[in-house]
Design a binder for this molecule. Structure first.
Ligand code: PMV
Length: 317
């Protein structure tokens, strides 16, 4: 009863928010930033204990059964047909900043599911892992589209379109003809995704035709991004990211801190830049060339980014 598992972070390249309303979006795993979970046997009678130093938390499942991670663990054990509560310690560590748009919650949940599967010698497909994590996210975050759990469970670049009436969702591996480099700048402002998602829903309810038109406009950009990626056309990709940002501003999920980093990246030579994820804080992404990466990184830092990560998105068939 000893196991280890990990899972990647993620960023949304384009299409966030509109994806909640059935439009397509593109997401990319961040394989270098990971959540890790290890399971080790504990003293008889001790039950299940969680230790999450990076979250600053330590708890017993028996004293916090409704904690999201406790509930997820209990659901997985029930699905495995485990009759008696095992005596185990579940240690969670993560280098993915929380509430930043990099998928920290879904990554931790995915690593827990994988570590439990390995500890109890069960084989779970990526689709099964994704479904368990989605259920947990749905209970605690309202109306997630499912893109986070999907990109993290499959750990590859995906085209995702939610189908609310008749799942399964459309999930397709993305074809990327040429690699490209993204810088990810963190505003340092923590924003729980459900807050902007809830606000967009209220605005959409008040003015459905305006928001449906904005989501359609985002969808058109996402289709063009897919074509640009398939053709390896980085020159086209930058302006498309900028267009997506303009729509996100109209949708109402940008923020002064995000726009400050986006402007800094663009003036330092990025081909395009936008917020990524829920918005109102969290991270932005900038498309850079290898030659401009350093100057854009410095500009982001000078503009107040608390972290800057670089990721190379590899070509894929
Ligand atoms: O903030 P994140 O990384 O969890 O991204 C949320 C993406 C949204 O489209 C805003 C919400 C969703 O469920 O798809």
């Amino acid at each position: 009863m000893r196991s280890h598992a990990s899972s990647s972070g993620k960023i949304i390249l384009c299409g966030e928010h509109a994806v909640v309303y059935g439009r397509p979006a593109i997401a990319i795993p961040l394989t270098d930033v990971r959540a890790r979970v290890s399971i080790a046997p504990a003293a008889p009678g001790s039950g299940i204990r969680f230790d999450a130093p990076d979250l600053g938390r330590r708890w017993l499942i028996a004293s916090a059964p409704h904690d999201p991670l406790s509930e997820l663990t209990l659901t997985v054990l029930r699905q495995f047909g485990v009759q008696h509560m095992p005596d185990i310690e579940i240690t969670i560590t993560s280098d993915i900043p929380i509430a930043s748009g990099m998928g920290s919650g879904a990554a931790i949940a995915t690593a827990i599911v994988r570590a439990l599967a390995s500890a109890f010698e069960r084989d779970l497909s990526a689709a099964e892992v994704s479904a368990l994590v989605y259920e947990s996210e749905r209970r605690f975050h309202g109306t997630p589209s499912g893109i986070d759990n999907t990109v993290i469970a499959y750990e590859r670049a995906i085209w995702f379109q939610r189908c609310s009436e008749s799942p399964p969702h459309q999930i397709e591996p993305l074809s990327i003809a040429a690699p490209f480099v993204l810088l990810i700048g963190d505003t340092g402002v923590r924003s729980a995704t459900r807050l902007p998602v809830g606000e967009v829903r209220r605005r959409w309810e008040r003015n459905p035709s305006r928001y449906e038109a904005l989501f359609d406009a985002v969808a058109e950009v996402v289709h063009q991004v897919r074509r640009a990626l398939a053709e390896g056309d980085r020159a086209a990709l930058g302006p498309l990211l900028d267009r997506n940002q303009a729509f996100l501003e109209e949708i109402g999920v940008s923020s002064p801190e995000l726009e400050c980093l986006i402007a800094a990246a663009r003036s330092a030579g990025a081909r395009g830049a936008k917020l990524s994820g829920g918005g109102w804080g969290g991270v932005m992404i900038a498309l850079v060339e290898t030659e401009t990466a350093q100057q854009v990184r410095e500009a982001l830092q000078a503009a107040g980014a608390t972290h800057v990560l670089e990721t190379v998105v590899r070509a894929s068939a």
